[in-house]
Design a protein around this ligand. Structure first.
Ligand code: HEM
Length: 505
């Protein structure tokens, strides 16, 4: 053989071998790959061909599972929509289903040792203090004054100004408005300080962006099959992890400012807000920072999420808005001034409560919640869960289970919550929108008061029309709390006053 021919033959053989090796490597699955249909669909994102959101795909899987339980092996995550299992993990075997170390690690940079991210004594200490405070009549009365003032002096004037701008009205992002509203309220109630986010000028503050970014990027950590990846990126301060670090730094700055201001006003002795109470027992500023951030997250994002979804549904259901107006007039008369007595009357508005509960059934602000099994166990549906497995109850899927809510589970029908015109709550393990058991939400009553007050005040004075959005096919953005991608653009129109009186501003 000629040397040139031999060389060509040798090179092409080497190339073929190298190509084959490359193809083999490309076809090789990483060690954690699982070939079951659920994991394949998760890892290749092929579910996105049929569903708008991951939560819709999960809801579909859970509806079609006989046990109402699905195992995503690559995430070591057992998802459930089975009320008996929710009861098991949140009440009957509460001690075996803590938040766990993996969850704490994922959220540690953002939430630190705040109440959402700890178990045991650290959790119990924060819970006892905050629960006692939130239940006190003084704080409740203070919260009513805060919400009334934020409505009267900021939210209602803002909507009025939007409705005045041009024939068709200005397009407003209602999700953003509700976030600012809820943030102002929770800061005033929890820390005795007014951030003034809902001023008419409304520049988007860098803090708000940082808070959202920290929440989104922390949630994203939980979606990767191998945690070593985000841990490595964190070590190298690279990509998402670098952005998360920057966002958390800004959040830290604001929290430090809140603590500094509170101290300036007299610290523990200065007020009846939550932070002053915590300052009486906690000296460590880092711990106080974690407490502050947790309450900001708890009070801002959940309330804003629930209100945004509510007004999207209402835009598709004007008959519900009309029923709310009827009830408000029946219970509170034509007087829609935001006084303490009006707030008292909110309790008698059963239809409003039903409509809000129905909206959160379809769009729970916290779509799912995970725990980590601390000792091998068997779920009531027979699923074996080994120590270290993540078990997630999926509130979004649970609200859409025919087995739980009947064949019209996809419909927005407030009447399903009423018996003889009175609101009747559901079993919390079947409707875990506010969680259930020992760690049930301690802000529930406060949140309900705040949201009902907003609904009644806004629905009585305005028509809100969602633009290019339908409650049938919303798209969610990733994050710890349900958020609509692209916000909720709306047009606001002022309603003609039946009583002829001026609006409540
Ligand atoms: C629509 C409004 C709200 C919804 C749907 C909601 C829902 C929830 C859920 C699902 C949990 C369990 C979270 C977890 O396991 O990590 C929770 C816990 C909690 N919520 Fe809310 N929440 C709302 C409003 C509020 C407000 C306004 C506050 C503040 C005052 C608050 C304070 C808390 C706290 C402190 C916990 C932790 C309880 C514990 O771990 O013992 N929530 N909430």
């Amino acid at each position: 053989m000629q040397p040139q021919v031999a060389a060509v033959f040798f090179v092409s053989a080497a190339c073929t071998v190298a190509l084959a090796a490359l193809l083999a490597v490309a076809r090789m699955r990483p060690p954690w790959w699982c070939a079951c249909p659920v994991c394949e669909a998760y890892l290749t994102a092929s579910w996105a061909a049929d569903f708008d959101n991951l939560c819709d795909w999960y809801a579909h899987l859970l509806r079609t599972s006989p046990e109402q339980t699905v195992h995503v092996h690559v995430l070591r995550n057992v998802l459930t929509a089975n009320p008996a299992t929710v009861d098991h993990m949140l009440r009957a075997r509460f001690d075996n289903y803590p938040k766990g170390a993996p969850f704490s690690a994922i959220l540690a940079d953002f939430l630190g040792r705040g109440i959402f991210n700890v178990d045991g004594d650290a959790w119990l200490f924060q819970r006892k203090l905050a629960a006692a405070e939130l239940a006190s009549p003084a704080l409740r009365a203070f919260a009513v004054r805060v919400v009334a003032s934020e409505l009267r002096s900021r939210l209602i004037p803002l909507l009025h100004s939007a409705s005045r701008e041009g024939q068709e009205g200005r397009v407003l992002d209602l999700q953003d408005v509700f976030r600012r509203f809820a943030f102002d309220c929770i800061c005033k109630i929890s820390f005795g300080l007014d951030p003034g986010c809902l001023e008419l000028s409304m520049p988007v503050s860098s803090f708000e962006n940082a808070f959202d970014m920290a929440s989104t990027l922390s949630a994203r950590r939980a979606t990767v099959p191998m945690h070593i990846i985000w841990k490595l990126k964190r070590l190298l301060n690279f990509g998402d992890e670098r952005r998360l670090r920057d966002a958390v730094h800004l959040v830290d700055t604001l929290a430090a400012e809140v603590i500094r201001q509170r101290r300036k006003l007299g610290g523990a002795a200065s007020g009846s807000d939550l932070l002053s109470r915590f300052m009486g027992s906690v000296n460590d500023d880092k711990y106080l920072r974690d407490i502050v951030v947790s309450f900001m997250l708890a009070g801002r994002d959940t309330v804003a999420s629930a209100l945004t979804a509510f007004f999207l549904l209402l835009s598709d259901h004007p008959e519900v808005a009309a029923a709310i107006r009827d009830e408000a007039t029946r219970v509170a008369g034509d007087d829609d001034r935001l006084t303490a007595s009006t707030f008292n009357k909110l309790k008698g508005m059963h239809y409003v409560h039903a409509a809000l509960s129905e909206s959160m059934r379809l769009f729970p602000p916290v779509q799912f919640d995970s725990k980590f099994v601390s000792g091998d166990d068997t779920l009531p549906d027979g699923t074996a869960v080994a120590k270290g497995t993540r078990v997630t109850y999926h509130a979004y899927a649970m609200g859409r289970m025919e087995s739980v809510w009947g064949p019209d589970c996809g419909e927005f029908r407030p009447e399903r919550w009423l018996r003889n015109g009175r609101f009747v709550p559901e079993n919390p393990y079947q409707y875990p929108v506010f969680h259930a058991g020992a760690r049930v939400c301690i802000g529930k009553e406060l949140a309900l008061m705040e949201m009902k007050a907003v609904i009644v005040a806004v629905v009585r004075s305005f028509d809100i029309e969602a633009i290019d959005r339908s409650s049938r096919r919303p798209k969610f953005a990733p994050g710890l709390t349900a958020t609509f991608a692209g916000g909720l653009p709306v047009r606001v129109r002022r309603r003609a006053r039946v009583s002829g009186r001026n609006p409540p501003i």
